[in-house]
Write a protein that binds this ligand. Structure first.
Ligand SMILES: Cc1cc2nc3c(=O)[nH]c(=O)nc-3n(C[C@H](O)[C@H](O)[C@H](O)COP(=O)(O)O)c2cc1C
Length: 330
């Protein structure tokens, strides 16, 4: 049902994307999603200003393993010149497959500076940013955006047309407004409208939680690929399930107790390998809570996890939890 996508000389055989999610899509989680078939992964978004200042933490966020390819690095900012310089730095030092511009972040800290989804309030400026980046790098530049600032200013179709004209190679639409944040449902009709308006690939994003959701989005919108965010939190196997359903029409059974536990501990081990003891535990806590969501005793377990002093203690808690639970119920 999904065909490979080509962006200039990059081919994406399986256009099922893991959404960039700050605080979540770090290397351990990306690696796990990739092992379940995710077709493209993105690093966590970083500020173009941090990049040009060569801020060490910013640069660390963008690092990825060769095995993660095709991989996108996502950046935000509002100054065309700074964004262009950051793209040159990325191309030279990191060489990802895609540079993605964030025109979707609704977080006040970002939009107050005129970046993220605030860019959609001034489409002339948006065009300048896009053109400046396209000129600055030979890598495919893509955009991930929301539908507009608020219900009175839905600009996705006009923005998409202008972005295509500026040389942007692919657009991902999360059809909620900035004001909406994550409330209500995303309006998939806008994905269909954007798809009709441009010739570059359009990736649909928003509220895909099951393989059937993925199929429905493709059927209703005609999008060229899909992107999954929250649905994969604590459920990295969703990529395998979605791809199997889209390619073979087969609905896989819910994960067994063993599979959830195995995925949890694999993730935990990747976490330990990637982070120092000081950070590994705290950064794993949101993931750990996501794996156990909906299970018997999850609330108490979450409380215990949040109190854990380090990742070793989380491992011990999880050993007890998983060995004493019937997880097939999830
Ligand atoms: C915790 C969290 C962090 C996010 N961080 C980013 C980000 O850094 N860049 C971005 O473009 N979108 C970000 N998003 C938005 C997601 O990429 C995605 O567009 C949104 O969650 C809708 O897709 P979903 O319904 O599949 O989750 C974030 C979402 C969440 C929940």
């Amino acid at each position: 049902m999904l065909k490979p996508i080509t962006l200039h000389d990059l081919t994406i055989p399986v256009p099922v994307f893991l959404a960039p999610m700050a605080g979540f899509t770090d290397k351990p989680f990306r690696t796990l999603c990739k092992s379940f078939g995710a077709g493209v992964v993105y690093t966590e978004f970083v500020s173009s200003e941090g990049i040009v200042r060569e801020n060490e933490k910013t640069i660390r966020y963008m690092r990825f393993d060769e095995a993660e390819r095709p991989v996108g690095v996502q950046i935000f900012g509002d100054d065309p010149e700074t964004l262009a310089r950051s793209a040159q730095f990325i191309e030279e030092k990191l060489k990802p497959d895609i540079i993605d511009l964030n025109f979707g972040c609704p977080v006040p800290k970002v939009v107050k500076k005129g970046a993220g989804s605030a860019i959609l309030r001034d489409l002339d400026h948006m065009e300048k940013i896009a053109a400046s980046l396209v000129r600055a790098t030979s890598l495919p530049v893509t955009v991930k955006m929301r539908s507009g600032w608020d219900n009175g200013h839905i600009v996705a179709v006009e923005a998409a047309r202008r972005l295509e004209a500026a040389g942007i190679r692919m657009i991902t639409l999360h059809p909620r407004t900035t004001k909406q944040r994550y409330e209500g449902l995303s309006d998939w009709r806008l994905i269909a409208e954007v798809k009709k308006a441009v010739r570059i690939p359009v990736i649909g994003n928003g509220d895909i939680l099951t393989p059937q959701d993925a199929e429905r989005m493709i059927g209703e919108t005609g999008c060229d690929g899909i992107m999954i965010g929250r649905g994969a939190m604590g459920k990295p196997w969703l990529f395998r399930d979605v791809i199997r359903f889209l390619t073979a029409g087969e609905l896989l059974p819910p994960p067994s107790k063993e599979m959830i536990a195995e995925s949890f501990f694999r993730h935990l081990t990747l976490q330990q390998e990637h982070y120092s003891l000081m950070y590994a535990g705290n950064l794993f806590k949101p993931h750990a809570s996501a794996y156990i969501r909906g299970m018997d005793g999850a609330a108490h377990m979450r409380f215990e996890i949040n109190r854990a002093k380090d990742i070793e203690q989380i491992r011990e808690l999880a050993d007890d939890f998983f060995s004493s639970h019937d997880l097939n119920a999830t």
